[in-house]
Design a protein. Structure first.
Length: 213
């Protein structure tokens, strides 16, 4: 449908105003909100995610695209309340306790939402207990943890230990990332996955929730 392709293209350009205008036009033309979400907004963010992974675009462009996506989401989501909307999965996301850096974590959250994931963002300075309690109460598939300081990375181990203690390891999987974190560290603490940047995080999370990893 031409209007959905135009929504996707405007989103990729980060054209918030045009996304909003086209979304209203689509709704006025009786295009189902779910189609606008899947084939306009999410389709556009999928392209943005691929371009970011290939270094064809950079952080400012991703943030502009995200703002454009939310301009459309604000219009379609209220019309979808009460619908049984299938989710691509649910992740609890946060920067670990003692760490106040959240730019990378925020970018991961934006791109995961753009990929159709439900994201429960706990923010920064998040203690291990809160990660686990929230993931259990939200029936989340995954916990995503970020650390930018070497001194805070061990909190990730605390989260995984808590999951083990509560017999949740395997039911709630873990992915970690951040400057001091490596694949080897992830293996050492028993994390299920590691991602070196936001684009890779989205790719790995998609694989995890689909059962491909």
């Amino acid at each position: 449908m031409e209007v959905l392709a135009k929504i996707s293209e405007a989103l990729q350009r980060g054209d918030e105003k045009t996304v909003s205008t086209l979304t209203k036009q689509a709704l006025d033309s009786q295009v189902p909100p779910r189609e606008i979400l899947d084939n306009g907004l999410v389709a556009g963010m999928d392209v943005v995610g691929r371009q970011f992974a290939e270094h064809a675009i950079f952080l400012p462009e991703v943030l502009m695209a995200a703002r454009a996506m939310y301009a459309g989401l604000d219009l379609v989501k209220p019309l979808m309340e009460g619908e049984d909307i299938p989710s691509a999965g649910k992740i609890v996301l946060g920067t670990v306790q003692g760490d106040l850096h959240d730019i990378g974590k925020n970018l991961v959250g934006i791109m995961l939402r753009g990929a159709g994931m439900e994201v429960v963002d706990l923010g920064k300075d998040v203690p291990a207990e809160r990660f686990v309690e929230t993931a259990a109460s939200e029936d989340a598939d995954l916990i995503g943890m970020s650390a930018l300081l070497t001194t805070t990375a061990p909190v990730m181990q605390e989260v995984i230990d808590l999951l083990r203690e509560r017999n949740l390891q395997g039911k709630i999987r873990t992915i970690i990332g951040g400057a001091p974190v490596t694949d080897r560290f992830a293996e050492k603490i028993g994390a299920d996955a590691y991602a070196f940047d936001a684009a890779r995080a989205v790719e790995v999370v998609k694989q995890m929730v689909s059962g491909d990893q």
